[in-house]
Design a protein. Structure first.
Length: 559
């Protein structure tokens, strides 16, 4: 029975005996013991499959069948199958619902071909292969290194795929060429208030049309989230009064309408925001901007807690309104040892967020109060530059539980508040691009509840920022950016804007102010990275501004 299941692994769920299941559990243990495998409990790996991976991740109900040859860094989504005698080698990411036919080969590496040396001594190149969701690769097909096969595509039996295949494409032949489209016909109308389900090509025309649509509906989006007393992120959910929705509303109105939210004056909004600032610490306490109560300064910190992000959102909102903080932000005295004690090893996002707030406090004090950070700024930037990993370009280390997610997200927050905000070059831009693009292939961060504004922003901003210094990885980055931009343009909900995490199973899938503000900025960054931002007719000026807040060089930062 074991041999039958090796060749017919789709029978495993219904037909496996207790002995079969024990043998498969032992197979999982053996692979996990090598320290490179992350397998869903119901994933199946044939006993006769040659699996020698540097990293292997298999989603639910996925399988590798008899005599398959699998090596390298391999990721299989849910319901993805590698059938008998298939070869899957190199850095390869397969989405959900992918079928790899028997005797097919996915080869994510190549030999050099220069005439000055024998082939066996030529260097290897390895760009990787990416296959989207719902793809069928027929038997005996060959997919070569560097290829991306878009979602919902079919590759005919015996095809040789040497270049990218767009989504919804049926391709065949040697070399493979598109034969027809599988794309469904778009409906002529959509239900009111519903997000589009058909992907819009990210052309200059579609970007201009999207921006016009968002601009026309901006007042409706803002009015939906104002209850008569205060702005709330997502109406109807009973969320606690908070400051960020006010700041998001100010940013959206500035971005799309070049004015304050309808019915609100700059003077009133400035008064509300400044009234929440604690004069002693300069930090903005959590609370209700609709209330006249004085803030509670207890345990406010620039490095953690809600006051940390308020340095960013309230400070930039005040700037958009033509004002600034009424009091300097008092940064605590810190040393290089204090920076080293931030949770870089397991919570690099939190560590990066702390650095973001600290760097922004320096910038705001300099801009709003001409207060010189002096040696504190030099301590911060010196420590960061010295501690950047020259191998990855990042701070922190990959973790088996979530891959590069924490490290890349922390990189964005850290560099936003320091290198980007002060116009400083990154220490290792090429290594940064390589690491970020590797993370961009991790489907956990870009599908389901992982598909959210933070995770996309935390990839495109580093690519955009590093792209100012290097062209390394530009082609792969552009492919990723084009796919993301086309997808995001379908997610706008008429009269409501964007949801922070549109595919989440919880209330994060409800459109709101945070999602709208962040996705609008993400769209601009993606489009600018692709060189097509002009048709949008807007450029972020707040938290996600592309321009330095306090440009360098200059001697005004020296003590």
């Amino acid at each position: 029975m074991v041999e039958r299941l090796d060749f017919l692994p789709w029978e495993y769920a219904a037909a496996a005996t207790p002995a079969d299941r024990a043998a498969q559990a032992e197979r999982h243990r053996q692979l996990a013991a090598e320290g490179v495998a992350e397998l869903a409990g119901d994933a199946f790996v044939a006993s006769t499959a040659a699996v020698f991976c540097d990293r292997l991740r298999m989603g639910q109900r996925s399988y590798i069948a008899a005599h398959a040859y699998v090596t390298g860094e391999i990721e299989l989504g849910d319901d993805t199958t590698v059938n008998p005698y298939a070869v899957v080698r190199g850095r390869i990411t397969l989405g959900d619902g992918v079928r790899i036919g028997a005797h097919s080969s996915l080869l994510a590496f190549n030999h050099g071909t220069e005439p000055d040396r024998p082939i066996f001594t030529q260097p290897h190149t390895a760009r990787g292969i990416t296959v989207g969701d719902d793809v069928w690769i027929g038997s005996n097909a060959i997919v070569l290194d560097g290829v991306t096969i878009g979602a919902h595509s079919i590759i005919g039996a015996g095809a040789v795929v040497t270049r990218d295949v767009p989504e919804w494409t049926v391709a065949a032949g040697n070399p493979a060429k598109p034969l027809r489209s599988r794309r469904p016909v778009a409906p002529s109308t959509a239900a009111p208030g519903a997000a589009s389900s058909v992907q819009v090509p990210a052309t200059p025309e579609s970007l201009a049309a999207f921006a016009a649509r968002a601009r026309e509906q901006a007042d409706d989006v803002l009015a939906r989230c104002y209850d008569g007393e205060r702005f709330v992120d997502r109406p109807g959910l009973g969320l606690e009064p908070a400051i960020r929705p006010w700041c998001d509303a100010i940013e959206i109105a500035d971005l799309l309408l070049q004015r304050t939210p309808d019915g609100h004056t700059s003077e009133d909004l400035i008064r509300r925001l400044q009234s929440r600032q604690d004069p002693g610490t300069g930090l903005v306490a959590a609370g209700d901007l609709a209330s006249e109560d004085r803030p509670d300064p207890t345990e406010l910190s620039v490095l953690e807690g809600p006051a940390s992000y308020h340095v960013l959102c309230a400070g930039y909102a005040l700037q958009l309104l033509g004002a600034g903080f009424a009091h300097p932000v008092r940064t605590t005295t810190f040393t290089s040892a204090d920076l080293g004690r931030l949770p870089w090893a397991r919570n690099a996002w939190s560590a990066g967020a702390a650095i973001d707030a600290l760097g922004t406090a320096f910038a705001r004090n300099l801009l709003d109060h001409k207060e010189n950070p002096g040696d504190s700024f030099l301590t911060l930037t010196g420590w960061l530059t010295a501690r950047a990993d020259p191998g990855t370009g990042l701070w922190g280390q990959r973790h088996p539980d979530d891959g590069w997610l924490q490290v890349v997200n922390g990189f964005y927050r850290l560099t936003r508040g320091t290198y980007a905000q002060f116009g400083l070059p990154l220490p290792y831009p090429e290594q940064t691009v390589k690491s970020v693009l590797l993370h961009a292939q991790d489907r956990r961060a870009f599908t389901g509840s992982g598909y959210n504004a933070c995770n996309v922003l935390d990839v495109i901003h580093p690519l955009w920022l590093a792209g100012k210094q290097t062209e390394y990885g530009r082609a792969e980055g552009r492919r990723w950016a084009q796919d993301q931009l086309a997808e995001i343009l379908t997610r706008w909900t008429d009269g409501a804007g964007f949801a922070f995490a549109p595919d989440a199973a919880d209330d994060q899938s409800v459109p709101g102010l945070q999602g709208t503000e962040m996705w609008l900025a993400v769209i601009w960054l993606l489009a600018d990275y692709l060189g097509t931002a002009a048709p949008l007719g807007y450029r972020p000026r707040g938290v996600h501004r592309p321009d330095p807040l306090v440009p360098l060089p200059g001697d005004h930062l020296l003590a």
